[in-house]
Design a protein around this ligand. Structure first.
Ligand SMILES: O=C(O)CCC(=O)C(=O)O
Ligand SMILES: [Fe+2]
Length: 228
């Protein structure tokens, strides 16, 4: 299957950052952040229960967060995979901790519509690229995803959630250099971390030009400048 076919049929593709220098730098930075050795002006804050996000923003913390995308020609890959021009609109660095609910975020589609009346999330759905670094060298289960589920949706939330629980998910594990790029209307969930230290995810969101006004213009302006 071609990249475009995989993206359309499965709702996601898996890739690798080949730039080892960038990865080493990224690992060092993230290790410092998780050890509470954070640059002044930045801190970890709770956005969702059982997780902490680097605030006020990730792209001003260090250039590597943006460089790794350009050093690996990510814009070419994602535009080819989706067939549209996408722009970076958000970067989130998050530590997820074990939760009694079985993961800080359970089965969901970022974009969904149930019972024909409520639309939640973006139309058309935005895309995310997530890197789960293997900081301690251990590759642990991070994300469950139901292959192809972006191509259909049950009318009721109950049925959709039952389907997510019955279908066999694809599991994405933490890894030094790999990432998943997916259509956010696919069913996905964060897997409960095994260690109390939690597990890190670096989340990049990409949207179309017409959707940029909903997001922080500074980040997408920097991104667009680098595309030139
Ligand atoms: O943190 C994760 O593993 C999943 C995050 C997620 O669902 C999202 O960013 O849409
Ligand atoms: Fe999500």
């Amino acid at each position: 299957m071609t990249l475009e076919e995989k993206m359309h049929i499965n709702g996601y593709v898996v890739g690798n950052f080949s730039d080892k220098g960038g990865i080493n730098h990224l690992e060092d930075l993230i290790n410092n952040i998780t050890n509470d050795n954070i640059k002044s002006g930045f801190s970890l804050k709770e956005k969702y229960k059982s997780s902490l996000d680097l605030k006020p923003n990730v792209f001003l913390y260090d250039e590597v967060f943006m460089n790794i995308l350009f050093d690996n020609n990510i814009h070419k890959m994602i535009n080819k995979a989706t067939g549209v021009n996408l722009y970076l609109v958000h970067i989130q660095l998050r530590i997820a901790y074990p939760s009694s609910k079985g993961g800080y975020i359970n089965w969901h589609r970022d974009t969904h519509f149930y019972n024909n009346h409520t639309i939640t999330g973006n139309i058309p759905p935005v895309y995310k690229l997530i890197h789960y670094p293997a900081l301690d060298g251990q590759e642990t289960r991070q994300l469950g995803i139901i292959k192809g589920s972006h191509n259909f949706i049950f009318n009721s939330k109950l049925t959709d959630m039952l389907y997510a629980r019955i279908a066999k998910p694809i599991i994405i594990s933490s890894d030094r250099s790999s990432f998943i790029f997916f259509n956010t209307s696919v069913l996905h969930k964060a897997i409960n971390p095994v260690l109390d230290d939690g597990s890190v995810r670096l989340i990049y969101s990409f949207a179309r030009e017409e959707q940029l006004s909903k997001y922080d213009g500074v980040l997408s302006a920097i991104y667009q400048k680098r595309l030139l």
